[in-house]
Design a protein around this ligand. Structure first.
Ligand SMILES: Cc1cc2nc3c(=O)[nH]c(=O)nc-3n(C[C@H](O)[C@H](O)[C@H](O)COP(=O)(O)OP(=O)(O)OC[C@H]3O[C@@H](n4cnc5c(N)ncnc54)[C@H](O)[C@@H]3O)c2cc1C
Length: 328
């Protein structure tokens, strides 16, 4: 591990002052960053601990919730208002990692955790454009069973690993940021980038920009939401495919729907086309599958991961059927 200095930020302004060092990084629970430092895939010379900043979980007027970026994943998953108004968030968090890791991991850190592509981690034996820009990608023609089927590029086929982010994408969450240029808010669906020619640039964050909070905007039918994660082991494994959904029905028809996918792209994938295909239609298994097909018509499987298309299709339909049953 490369030697580094450690400083604990007492306020957002303090964090921005400390991060202005060129090779400094923010430190949340450290459950991803410290692993990457041990592997020397990340080599910050200064760590700015932001776990002392806001970790509150507050009600917003109208039914939304504002979650401080330093809130621990467990605290969010166990919070009563989150569980009642946005069960998809609680379920997505609990589907990830282990209890000990969730106790340490923060919301800010969860959003910025890095891919689990094995070629990214293998810095002695494999080429990776994310790790070494311009080097090439050994996953494209390698063992790519876990890789992306949507939005990938010849430069990178890695997937985003977060479960929480998939739920946040479905709910239209907003990410509050603070940087040298002031404060701004971006939609979670715009925070992460598709790889295109620059997979090393993973988000739209400016250097040293701090995530201060995540906002769940009011969504009355968020109460009827859920998350399903399909993986090789029942626990302690990243998603092959995951689906976050919220569904509002009226007289057996889809009045509104929110749908996002995990394990299939370089970013949490909001299924806009499936949503558009469903609104106004009867809530039937046939229409759920047709909506999934509308989204997946843009899928481009690799050598080993064609199965993900059918798996995603069936998981979307199963999740929507589950929520429909809850309405009955
Ligand atoms: C064995 C194992 C299994 C796991 N399984 C899953 C899983 O199934 N599903 C899943 O979703 N996750 C899983 N994880 C990942 C885990 O959820 C992440 O490691 C965790 O959420 C990261 O949060 P952290 O606070 O520890 O972030 P850190 O490791 O501290 O930081 C991660 C990144 O975020 C940046 N950062 C942190 N806070 C801020 C901030 N406020 N503003 C700007 N940048 C910030 C850091 O600089 C760093 O780049 C697993 C992890 C492990 C070790």
């Amino acid at each position: 591990m490369t030697p580094f200095t450690y400083a604990r930020a007492a306020s957002p302004d303090d964090a921005l002052r400390l991060i202005s060092h060129p090779h400094a990084k923010f430190l949340g629970g450290g459950t991803n960053l410290v692993d990457l430092m041990r592997e020397t895939l990340e080599r910050p010379d200064t760590l700015v601990d932001v776990t002392g900043l806001s970790s509150t979980i507050e009600d917003l007027p109208g039914g939304g919730i504002l979650i401080g970026a330093a809130a621990r994943n467990t605290a969010v998953a166990e919070h009563r208002a989150v569980r009642e108004r946005f069960p998809v968030v609680a379920r997505a968090i609990v589907a990830g990692a282990s209890a000990q890791i969730r106790n340490m991991a923060t919301v800010g850190g969860n959003l910025l955790q890095r891919t689990r592509c094995t070629y990214f981690y293998d810095d002695e034996g494999s080429r990776c454009n994310k790790r070494n820009p311009g080097q090439g990608c050994d996953a494209v023609d390698g063992f790519n069973r876990n890789h992306a089927i949507l939005g990938a590029s010849p430069a990178c086929v890695a997937t985003h690993p977060s479960d929480l982010c998939v739920a946040l994408a479905a709910l239209g969450a907003l990410v509050h940021l603070r940087g040298a240029g002031g404060e701004r808010t971006v939609a979670l669906t715009d925070l992460h980038r598709l790889p295109e020619d620059h997979p090393e640039i993973e988000t739209v964050l400016a250097p040293g920009e701090l995530i201060t909070a995540v906002e769940l905007p009011a969504l009355p039918f968020g109460r009827r939401s859920t998350y399903r994660k399909v993986r090789d082991r029942a626990s302690y494994a990243f998603a092959l495919v995951s689906v976050a959904a919220a569904l509002e029905l009226e007289d057996g028809h889809v009045k509104d729907v929110r749908l996002a996918l995990g394990g299939v792209a370089h970013k949490p994938w909001r299924a806009w086309q499936a949503e558009a295909a469903l609104v106004g239609k009867p809530a039937t298994a046939e229409n759920f599958l047709a909506a999934a097909d509308a989204e997946l018509s843009q899928a481009r499987p690799l050598k080993d991961n064609g199965f993900k298309i059918e798996l995603t299709r069936r998981t979307i339909a199963a999740v929507l059927a589950d929520i429909t049953e809850q309405h009955a």
